[in-house]
Design a binder for this molecule. Sequence first.
Ligand SMILES: Nc1nc2c(ncn2[C@@H]2O[C@H](COP(=O)(O)OP(=O)(O)OP(=O)(O)O)[C@@H](O)[C@H]2O)c(=O)[nH]1
Ligand SMILES: [Mg+2]
Length: 424
Amino acid sequence: MASRLSGAFRSKFVVPNLDILRWFPGHMHKGIDRMQARLKDIDCIIEVHDARIPFSGRDSKFRSFMQQRPHILLLNKCDLVEEKDIRELQIIEKLQREGVHVVFLTDLRQYEKCDILRNKILPVVRELTDSRPRYNREGLKEYNIMVIGVPNVGKSTFINTVRWANAPKKGRAVSVGNKAGVTRSVSSKVKIESNPPIYIVDTPGILTPHIPNIENGMRLALCSCLPDHLVGEENIVDYLLFWMNKRGKFSYVDFFCVDEPIDNAVMFLVKVATKKNLLKRVLDLATHQVKRVHDCMAGYLKVLVKMSSIEHDLFRAATEQPDENDVKITIIQCYAPTNAAKEEEKEDFRSSLQSLLDHTPRRDLKIIMGDLNAKVGDDNTNRELIMGRHGVSTCNENGELFTDFCAFNDHVIGVTVFSHKNIH
Ligand SMILES: Nc1nc2c(ncn2[C@@H]2O[C@H](COP(=O)(O)OP(=O)(O)OP(=O)(O)O)[C@@H](O)[C@H]2O)c(=O)[nH]1
Ligand SMILES: [Mg+2]
């Protein structure tokens, strides 16, 4: 089928707007500065990356960290690739030619396999550190590791898992979540071994401010290293179709029962949604007629991507029916630290709030209320989707953090949308 149809497919993938691949929020910018500042206390860098895309996204920022300290690369989420592909495609050899000499393949979901972390990775950390000058840390018995990488590759999971391997009864030391940008600041040290003492520092996932190449960006999006809503679910599906068709991977045709390969995301989604009866009614404003369109944007059709190292069959998909038609509301009442409070106090507050939101069912309508102690001002340039122009005063630091938080979580700052009587 591949050779018969290959001429019919796009030869180049085009995104509607390059901005969809630009995600470099304030916490990443700050994170890089803090990581650089912490380096003087760090003995070894462990870079975690998604094994499905061993090259995409590991940009010059990571290379610069690699050069400053001994470096280990973990290609994680190996459960989502065929290990034989990594061997056959000589991924590790290619990485070594690029100067990445120590590479481990990990599957951090499998706790029982975590002896590799203690018995293989940690000894290598000690060996690499001891074999090089430690400058200001010469003679110290402890080892400090910093975990770096792009968002959502399993950096925080690595810390929890390796700590758990040492002390199974302890809970999570750092937050983990299945979306990009869960860790938003450089953490304090987490102890993972006592003899000799080994500590790890977690860091936010960092992307480059300018994705150098569209396909790299789309591969990162496919592996959820960028938020789906930012790139657009339809664009992600479109790239996936482009990628599979180009390589003659047509397993999706039978899986979705769509008769033949399709090279257009909208057509594909409409066909699948029709078969699965996942259509919704919308009013077409131009014709005033009710149309039935596919409902993937509402999250009813969820495309789960199983992509592997560069040339491997990558697709697995499932559909999710909405539970019922009723909507539940979750209200989170909070009292935030003031603008003058310490950075750690503010970070604790944001992490707790994020964790509460992450534990709220996705379909719930979420309302955050209380005293946020944030002034967001009245300038909503580039933030039109999350705030109006009726905020008071000028934006302060808490205001900036709060608008970032709302942008990340798709929340609207209701109080800025309507004008108020000037009675205070
Ligand atoms: N399939 C699979 N999922 C994993 C693996 N390791 C971690 N995950 C999942 O990947 C998601 C992201 O994990 P995190 O540890 O939060 O990733 P992170 O790199 O710290 O992400 P940020 O803090 O957003 O930069 C979570 O849902 C984890 O459960 C793995 O080996 N295999
Ligand atoms: Mg994290």
